[in-house]
Unconditional design. Structure first.
Length: 312
């Protein structure tokens, strides 16, 4: 008797995804319509590319044969929590590296826009006012990268032409091709020396509100905080106090809460630039994600260990 092909769910967004391995049975789901097949038969799940964890997790309780989930984001904290509620073990993989260059590019954009006063000039343009001003340069500034992984490394590549002094921070002390990486325990001293602090760390219990009132207070006067990681890495209330006082600047691609609701004080806080969590989203993202999905499915079909496995 021929074995029934193993069921795989793919997102409908990837309309050009082809050259998939044989021996698997594919169905596509957009996260909104009815399930395309019985969730109880699904062994490999690639969730829709949405930020709503409710949409992503909706079929999970019925996926009783689920073996692996390939997330399309680098951060998987909410999805990991949902998988822990399931009775069996499910291998979770993230999209580490896929988003690195585009996110690093936005981080650099936010640094330059904030330092060179682009929000002020754009506001003046909206008013039709010619308003020259002098703002600081990025050249030879000190930049602290907190969460030195794929994004942090890609950002350092982009900072090289500016002659910045880059200090790298991760969970533990280690070496990198560009120099030492310091443990997060050294942050209280390191933040006091940085002109720009870039957050690119995953959100974990250890990094939630890592930048609280105490750590923000240790940043030097006039320093710029960039967050391209997760909004909850920063204590929003504490950041609001520092920004309203004029002591710190901030540029945020992620916020807490998110999406940032209308009327939230962050919108109108002087010295705060906000983009709506778009760091990874460029036209080339789809091609890179398709390559990741195709590679993982080939490994799954062959019974090989998957890449980018996230610790439970």
């Amino acid at each position: 008797m021929t074995a029934k092909p193993r069921q795989v769910w793919l997102p409908t967004q990837f309309t050009s995804l082809a050259d998939l391995p044989a021996g698997l049975r594919y169905a596509r789901w957009d996260g909104l319509s009815a399930f395309p097949s019985d969730p109880a038969e699904v062994e490999f799940y690639v969730p829709p590319l949405v930020q709503d964890i409710g949409t992503i997790s909706r079929p999970l309780p019925r996926m009783t044969r689920l073996k692996a989930v390939q997330a399309l984001s680098s951060g998987t904290d909410e999805l990991r929590a949902e998988l822990r509620r399931l009775p069996g073990h499910v291998t979770l993989c993230n999209a580490q590296g896929v988003h690195a260059r585009s996110t690093a590019e936005l981080a650099l954009t936010l640094i330059l826009a904030s330092l060179r006063g682009l929000p002020e000039f754009i506001h003046a343009q909206d008013l039709g006012v010619w308003k020259p001003n002098v703002f600081p340069s990025l050249y030879e500034r000190s930049v602290l990268v907190v969460g030195y992984g794929a994004i942090g490394s890609a950002l350092e590549d982009l900072l090289v032409p500016f002659g910045c002094a880059v200090t790298r921070v991760a969970r533990d002390d280690r070496d990198s091709p560009r120099g030492p990486v310091h443990s997060v325990s050294r942050l209280p001293r390191l933040v006091a020396e940085a002109d720009v602090v870039v957050l690119a760390t995953p959100l974990t219990p250890a990094t939630r509100h890592l930048f609280d009132a105490d750590l923000l207070a240790r940043m030097k006067d006039g320093a710029l905080l960039i967050n391209v990681s997760r909004g909850a890495v920063v204590d929003t209330t504490a950041l609001l106090e520092e920004a309203h006082s004029g002591r710190l600047l901030a540029a945020l691609d992620v916020t807490d809460p998110a999406p940032l609701p209308a009327g939230h004080p962050l919108w109108a806080t002087p010295g705060v630039l906000i983009t709506p969590h778009v760091g990874a989203f460029t036209p080339s993202l789809w091609r890179r994600l398709e390559e990741l999905i195709r590679r993982q499915l080939k490994r799954f079909a062959a019974g090989e260990e998957l890449d980018n496995i996230v610790s439970p």
